[in-house]
Design a protein around this ligand. Sequence first.
Ligand SMILES: [Zn+2]
Length: 131
Amino acid sequence: MELFSISAKEGKYFNDKEGFIEVESCPVGVMFCTEHLAFINKKMRFSRSHWINKNYLLAIEELKLAYNKTTELNQTSCVQCADLFRSTITNSLETIQEDLHEMTTGFFRARRFQASYELATRTLKEFKENN
Ligand SMILES: [Zn+2]
């Protein structure tokens, strides 16, 4: 059950059709964002492996680094790229936050994930305020 649930969520986290990780070059073809994208993709991969290992705090930190990188991408031609990156990073954080919400509520709640849940909630709020 546990394994199934992890793989189901992994699919949601990464193989989503709008999944950011599949975007390997500038969607508008101008390429100002190529380096940013490479950095962000790397952070997304790190985040994913921390998440799979239930290192939620580290998974969230990697997403923050990825998100902060998008704010350096301020060329007009890549405004849409930056928006796409931010919304994909935000979606990944939402998935993590939902995951933590399930684990920190209900009868079998795991108190050890409480700090991670609070960080996820706080970070998600910051991401949404900046959007
Ligand atoms: Zn671009």
